[in-house]
Ligand binder design. Sequence first.
Ligand code: DX5
Ligand code: ZN
Length: 215
Amino acid sequence: MMKVSPSILTCDFAHGAEALQFVEKNGADMVHLDVMDGIFVPNLSFGPPVIACLRPHTTLPFDVHLMMQKPHRLIEAFAKAGADSLNIHLECDSPIQETLEKIRSLGVSPAITIKPNTPASAVFPYLPLVDMVLVMTVEPGFGGQSFMADMLPKVTALRQEIDRQGLSVSIQVDGGINAETAVMAAKAGVDNVVMGSAFFNETYPQALVKQVQAL
Ligand code: DX5
Ligand code: ZN
């Protein structure tokens, strides 16, 4: 079954609790929280204090995507704020193995992300340390961009390598996911999709979530 993780990046943060309840009510599996530092990506969003404020308003797991430099300095703060999984970029300037191990040691699920220009093979050495790999299907930074179908061979390569190593690691895609692109992702071996604009602009989000979960 495909898991659906709606991104609340474009929600009205004065009404963040309502956005979370909307995500939960429409049957999503988790909530995707996009942390951007204005340096690693050209956009700035929110950090641990905002996540801590959102935490009491849903029981869904918080899937936290860290588009930032030096994430190792804030791992404890994100864990304390209520992150269930912490996803660092392979391209960031933190020591990758050490940061993933630190996330695990705090009882949080470690994950790693690759940007469109990073090959799948770059993440192979870290597969035993993570529960999930996120293959970006847009350049990170903004919601509402178009899906890059040419990222799908990376998903296939990752799925093969995960199986070869006998691991149980999820593959997530993020960027431009809708009912159609989710089908392509599922065929390539994805089992978790982030959905921002397609979910929040949908007239029948519950039906959309059900349809994608069935892929
Ligand atoms: C992009 C973010 C995404 C974004 C997805 O940098 O990581 O999570 O919110 O939004 P859509 O689904 O609109 O591409
Ligand atoms: Zn994201």
